[in-house]
Design a protein around this ligand. Sequence first.
Ligand SMILES: [Zn+2]
Length: 253
Amino acid sequence: MTTRGGSPSWCACRARSASPHSTWSSSRRETRPRFLTTVILRQRKRSAPASVEAADFAHVRLDPLLEAALDDRPCDVRRLFLDVQLEGTTSPRPSIETLLHAVALGLGDASWVIHTHPTVLTGLLCSSAGEELLRSGPLFPDEAVVCGSRPLIVPYAEPGLELARAFAKCLAAHVADGGDRPRVVYLANHGLVALGASATEAQAVTTMAVKAARVRLVASTVGGPRPLAQEWIDAVVSREDEIERRAALVGWA
Ligand SMILES: [Zn+2]
């Protein structure tokens, strides 16, 4: 779990290619070395908002982490983390969940990833009935537009390498099954991973996923949710005005 000092936290990262001093860019279809910058945002005081300083950012090479996640042999993660840290930086040791981020960036068609443990969503993910609520598909147009039509649910695995490996297998199966690369990934008994092409998109997906969890809780108290029909989802996500609205929501307009 990405917690430090026992405080609630969230963990964000982004990918870039070429040298550590190059422009940030997408991790897609890159053959040059890729780098990952990750940070854990934490509340320094219970009443204060989460904050971060330059020294909190860890800078690591992405590809060795992704290779370890795609392998199934034993791996000394502590050694791996030392090996992947960029020379010349004073990075703190990255979170154990950096491996999860490497999979999201390397395989998930994303440039930004935010991993959180929102109480309402983690609560649903700690319940079999709650997980079924999350599998039921989008319940309202905004959820379909921002979070996509089909989330990925990853069964519980120990945070760290085992979780990253489980995530990689589930993501590959999801895509092989005809699914788009998801924007929302639910980790059973754990939390949320939001994928985005921009920081604004990853944040918008996180916010909408939390709202959607609250909506499910409300719907479950009044007879159960009524998911949108697939044709309604297809219609709303392809409408020109909704495409423009999503662009504004995720920071592209
Ligand atoms: Zn976590």
